[in-house]
Design a protein around this ligand. Structure first.
Ligand code: ATP
Ligand code: MG
Length: 346
């Protein structure tokens, strides 16, 4: 009989899983809390794996659906597996019944997404429009979003925030300085994380797409809360608008709550109330008795009412807060996986 590799000892496997975020991979076999999966052997990968630059068009029929991941304002996201390579992807599906001209704009917008190659931006592999539905094949980020993570940990300590901010700033620097793109919808659910400790920006351009359809018009929650005052009040806005959002996100991660609070005890009741608060109230700050002067200064450099006073992504990368915990060698991989299982997919 032909000798194959020995099957893993179940007890050893259980110990291994509990010590290693519930993920075990041996050859083609991948086991974790989500089940057992066959993934292609490393040796076979190099020639067959789908690359972002591949021209061969993909279609929905090429994928098996694994599970539903989440729902946003404009669409749904699911984990899918490519049938022939075994690769995992996130499939974002946006339902829209629109005219040909709007469709062309969207396809143009998605092409910009696709041409982005940066370790701090979620890879967009392909997108296609079929039967009133836009499908976008994205890199799967097995830790979910920073919003999901924050729900589990409630607050993120400063050293981790510095490490996360550094990565987001590198992504923003790439978008602003290399691609000349304003994200427009930076928020915790559009920052994705994985078991390798990576943090990547997603969904730039998607807000423009969603803006061209009426399907999201009524849903203000999540769409406007991180928007800068100059955008809300309909003025000119630029890259610094994303910096405002970054400041709010980091302050929310530090304190565990959204930095603006509603005058009503039951929370925001309508878009206008939120709008008035963001435009009319003073910029929120990090409490100086709870956080380092460097963190407080970083937040203030991002959350300035006047965009001209905000620092750019490039300037913020040099801010003392970003460097102050470098000596600790922060391990984001360990931190992100400490809260529970992720589905490792190579
Ligand atoms: P919006 O529609 O305004 O962007 P949203 O970001 O919450 O809101 P989606 O972008 O549709 O909505 O994403 C829904 C959820 O799916 C996210 O919160 C995140 O948890 C998950 N998700 C999105 N993209 C990926 C991805 N590439 N990999 C893994 N999970 C993802
Ligand atoms: Mg999103």
């Amino acid at each position: 009989m032909k000798k194959g590799p020995l099957p893993p000892d179940p007890l050893l496997l259980i110990n291994f899983l509990s010590l290693n975020s519930w993920t075990f991979k041996d050859g083609d076999l991948l086991v974790n809390r989500n089940g057992v999966r066959i993934v292609p052997h490393k040796g076979a990968e190099s020639t067959t794996l789908i690359q972002p630059s591949d021209d061969k068009p993909l279609s929905l029929a090429d994928f098996d659906s694994v599970r539903f991941i989440g729902k946003g304002n404009g669409g749904t996201v699911s984990l899918v597996q490519h049938k022939s390579t075994g690769q995992f992807f996130a499939l974002k599906v946006i339902q829209m019944n629109i005219e040909e001209s709007a469709r062309k704009n969207i396809v143009r917008e998605l092409k910009i997404n696709r041409s982005s190659q940066c370790p701090y931006i979620v890879i967009c592999y392909q997108s296609f429009f079929d039967n009133g539905v836009i499908s976008i094949i994205l890199e799967y980020m097995d830790g979910g979003s920073l919003a999901d993570f924050l729900n589990k940990v409630n607050m993120v300590p400063e050293p981790y925030l510095a490490a996360i901010s550094k990565k987001v700033l590198k992504g923003l620097w790439y978008l602003h300085h290399e691609k000349h793109i304003i994200h427009r919808d930076l928020k915790p659910s559009n920052l994705l994380i994985n078991h390798r400790g990576e943090v990547k920006i997603t969904d730039f351009g998607v807000s423009t797409i969603l803006g061209s359809t009426s399907s999201v018009a009524d849903s203000f929650v999540g769409t406007y809360v991180y928007m800068s005052p100059e955008r809300i009040s309909g003025g000119h806005y630029g890259y610094k608008s994303d910096i405002w959002s970054l400041g709010l996100i980091m302050l929310e991660c530090a304190t565990g709550h959204f930095p603006f609070s509603s005058p009503q005890p039951m929370g925001w009741t309508c878009y206008y109330e939120l709008m008035e608060t963001i435009v009319g109230q003073p910029a929120p700050r990090a409490p100086s008795d709870l956080y380092s002067p460097e963190f407080c200064s970083f937040i203030s450099s991002c959350i300035k009412k006047d965009p001209k006073e905000r620092l750019s992504a490039y300037e913020l990368m040099e801010h003392p807060f970003i460097k102050m915990y470098d000596h600790l060698d922060i391990d984001l991989a360990m931190y992100f996986t400490s809260v529970g299982p992720t589905l490792a997919t190579r």
